[in-house]
Ligand binder design. Structure first.
Ligand SMILES: NC(=O)C1=CN([C@@H]2O[C@H](COP(=O)(O)OP(=O)(O)OC[C@H]3O[C@@H](n4cnc5c(N)ncnc54)[C@H](OP(=O)(O)O)[C@@H]3O)[C@@H](O)[C@H]2O)C=CC1
Ligand SMILES: CC(C)(CO)C(=O)C(=O)O
Length: 327
């Protein structure tokens, strides 16, 4: 099959390399140093999915006039509309998968790609772009796509590269992933890994509080959570209702599932590269949903502001400073 991948960073790079390894014909759209590196030396995957170098065709945009079986977008959320618009010609009549955290993957994409079937994707694996064209998978995991069911040929196609399952309720799965992504803000604010964040008592308290607040906002918005990465709707109700100390078992479990390799999260990766972060689409999405539902989300609001502060200043906060600012 012929697959186009736009955005060849941590997640898009993993998918492009694994699809190439499975024997599919891959074209990628990349820019700057990443385009140069892939064109000259290929796309190098290391880590939990094994070692492999792919040599896909690469250009600034996917050539149109080519019949793709699937086009995958894997940019950060704030770059998605520009990438969709620039590659719209290649997507006409083609199924499009947008792999993105937050709630917005396919919201609004229909206006830019009116003639494409749109699917959203949630990556359960964790990865880092170690250099342009070099991807390290730090924790293995599957891909969840929807709204669809497991009989979908796109699920089969992706499943040849990485374990893939379908969700009929993409929004419910996105909200569950939004709970998991509560682990992103604190590493971006402190420079610590997710595992170090959860091991620190002050940061674990803040993380637990932001998770519980997120569950409360979802309830106010009438959202039910999907089964996802060990989470479920009943479990999250319990986590919201039990004493905070007991609820801290959830972040501990989430960190354990990430394994031993330090996971810095995709938000801290942006900070380290001096780039704007996706935080408005993560904790910021919780704040926006809270406002729509007429409730407050002060912890998510504060975390969003602190991430923006670190984006601006480049100075990380200590766990004690964070604890002081997020009560
Ligand atoms: N990293 C992870 O472990 C996980 C990430 N996610 C989610 O996956 C999504 C992708 O994140 P991630 O892979 O980490 O991000 P990265 O920043 O590693 O990769 C994004 C890539 O998109 C490229 N890009 C942006 N705009 C365009 C464009 N117009 N044309 C071509 N390429 C473009 C960027 O290029 P450039 O370098 O030139 O800016 C970059 O290579 C996010 O929503 C993230 O939250 C989900 C689960 C885990
Ligand atoms: C869950 C986590 C933290 C995995 O790395 C992620 O989704 C991200 O980095 O954006």
């Amino acid at each position: 099959m012929r697959v186009g991948v736009v955005g060849v960073g941590a997640i898009g790079g993993t998918l492009a390399a694994l699809l190439d390894r499975s024997g599919h014909e891959i074209a990628v759209a990349a820019r700057g140093a990443t385009l140069e590196a892939i064109s000259s030396a290929g796309l190098q995957l290391t880590g939990a999915f094994g070692e492999y170098t792919a040599h896909p065709s690469a250009a600034e945009t996917l050539p149109s006039g080519v019949a793709y079986d699937l086009v995958v977008f894997a940019t950060k959320a704030m770059d998605a509309s520009t990438a969709l618009a620039a590659n719209a010609g290649a997507c006409v009549g083609t199924p499009v998968l947008i792999v993105q955290n937050g709630l917005d993957a396919i919201t609004g994409a229909g206006e830019l790609l009116p003639n494409s079937r749109l699917l959203g994707g949630l990556s359960v694996w964790a990865a880092t772009q170690t250099r342009p064209g070099g991807i390290l998978v730090t924790a293995p995991g599957s891909l969840v796509i929807g709204p669809t069911d497991d009989a979908d040929p796109i699920v089969q196609l992706l499943g040849e590269a990485v374990p893939t399952s379908a969700t009929r309720d993409l929004v419910a799965s996105q909200w569950s992933k939004l709970v998991v992504n509560q682990v992103n803000a604190l590493p971006a604010i402190t420079g610590l890994s997710v595992q170090e964040t959860v091991a620190d008592p002050d940061l674990r308290r803040v993380l637990t509080a932001s998770i519980r607040e997120t569950v409360g906002v979802a309830r106010a918005a009438g959202v039910r959570f999907a089964r996802f990465q060990g989470l479920s709707d009943p479990l999250l109700s319990v986590i919201r209702g039990v004493p905070a100390r007991l609820a801290e078992q959830l972040p501990r479990l989430m960190a354990r599932r990430m394994g031993q390799v330090p996971n810095y999260g995709s938000t801290l990766q942006s900070i380290r590269r001096g780039l704007p972060t996706e935080i408005d689409y993560l904790n910021g999405a919780v704040v926006a949903a809270a406002a729509r539902a007429g409730v407050a989300a002060p912890i998510n609001e504060r975390l969003t502001r602190l991430v923006h502060e670190v984006e601006r200043t480049g100075v990380f906060l200590t766990p004690a400073e964070v604890a002081e600012q997020v009560r």
